[in-house]
Design a protein around this ligand. Structure first.
Ligand code: ZN
Ligand code: ZN
Ligand code: ZN
Ligand code: ZN
Length: 163
């Protein structure tokens, strides 16, 4: 399903098929469009009543970048490092790749995260303590209770959406 963006370079709406280039965020490849109102990917559901994301269309993107002082096709482009908007950080502002839903430990590399989650999260003290009694991470509980998500009984696997 396609959705619309509004190109603010010259002011027109344009159709998008679910992925769009957002060089201003530092990404050089197309990224998934997420509805700013519902916080779910635009591919899912009906967003006809939602906010339209302001985004330069592919035709005018270069023009917008030049207006902002960048030069498409050269090194003079926004980079991930200085945007920082999509990056997770710990309490001190250091970049992290994720955190443990159980013990809230910060991971500074994928390896660290994998090691922590390996062998049924053997390295996680909170998970080891709670796994027999409770069946969901304490961090997620308030969110899930509010959303009324049904229990899925015997799947011990955590959904792996991290890649
Ligand atoms: Zn889009
Ligand atoms: Zn929406
Ligand atoms: Zn345009
Ligand atoms: Zn943990």
């Amino acid at each position: 399903m396609s959705h619309k963006h509004f190109c603010d370079v010259v002011g027109h709406a344009w159709e998008c098929d679910g992925m769009a280039l957002r060089p201003l965020t530092g990404y050089t490849e197309a990224s998934l469009c997420v509805c700013g109102t519902c916080q779910v990917p635009m591919e899912f559901g009906d967003h006809s009543g939602c906010m339209i994301e302001l985004l330069a269309c592919p035709e005018h993107m270069d023009e917008q970048l030049r207006q902002m002082g960048y030069e498409p096709g050269t090194d003079n482009m926004p980079s991930n490092e200085d945007s920082g908007t999509t990056m997770l950080t710990d309490d001190d502002g250091n970049p992290i790749v994720g955190f443990c839903l159980w013990c809230d430990m910060d991971f500074y590399s994928i390896e660290e995260a994998e090691a922590h989650n390996a062998n049924d999260s053997a390295a996680c003290p909170v998970f080891q303590q709670l796994k027999d009694g409770q069946c969901m991470p304490p961090v997620l509980q308030p969110m899930l209770e509010g959303a009324g998500v049904p229990d899925d009984d015997d799947s011990g696997e955590e959904p792996d959406g991290k890649r």
